[in-house]
Design a protein around this ligand. Structure first.
Ligand code: MN
Length: 196
């Protein structure tokens, strides 16, 4: 099985000014593509040659195969949750909103807690909103290629805080990138992940 780069649900300049077309060009066109090429090369001649991405993440030992498979999943998951800032629904609704309010008090407190988690990842990594196996909403941090699927958590939302995600647009100002991140979330995608 050859893994494929997903088609983005937006044009390269749709997310500006939160994320520039230059960053999309490198982050999707170079970094995501490189993880994908590495994955497709690494599975050749292994028991994972015909395995799904999710199965590789669940079963591969720590090392390059896991890292590249998880980064392919993480980046596909990250990019598919965005839409143009001019055409965005700013808040979650329905059952997802009720679950957020139950766990965090209200949407604003959730944003504050998630933003704090994203800002305080030390070095390269990811902040996540996940459902644990008991169905509780959790905000988590993962380093490097860490992926909630490897912990049997169901991911709902993620923020990539590797420097390649924001350095061209914000240099060292990771908190400014995280603040702008909220302006481009397609909450319909997050609600669909939650209700599936
Ligand atoms: Mn990235």
């Amino acid at each position: 099985m050859t893994h494929q780069l997903p088609v983005l649900p937006f044009s390269a300049n749709d997310l500006a000014p939160a994320i520039s077309s230059l960053t999309i060009g490198y982050h999707y066109g170079k970094h995501h593509q490189a993880y994908l090429n590495n994955l497709n090369n690494l599975i050749v001649g292994t028991p994972f040659e015909n395995a799904s991405l999710e199965s590789i993440i669940a079963k591969a030992p720590a090392g390059p195969l896991f890292n590249n498979a998880a980064q392919v999943f993480n980046h596909t998951f990250y990019f598919e949750q965005f839409k143009a800032a001019s055409d965005v629904k700013q808040h979650p609704e329905n059952e997802l909103l009720r679950a957020i309010e139950k766990e965090f008090g209200n949407y604003e407190k959730f944003v504050e807690a998630f933003s704090g988690a994203a800002a305080s990842v030390f070095g390269s990594g990811w902040a996540w909103l996940v459902l644990d196996q008991e169905g509780n909403l959790l905000i988590t941090q993962e380093s490097n290629a860490g992926c909630p699927l490897a912990k049997k958590q169901k991911p709902l939302l993620t923020c990539d805080v590797w420097e390649h995600a924001y350095y061209l647009d914000y240099q060292n100002r990771r908190p400014d990138y995280i603040k702008a991140f909220w302006n481009i979330i397609n909450w319909k995608v997050i609600e669909n992940r939650f209700s599936k």
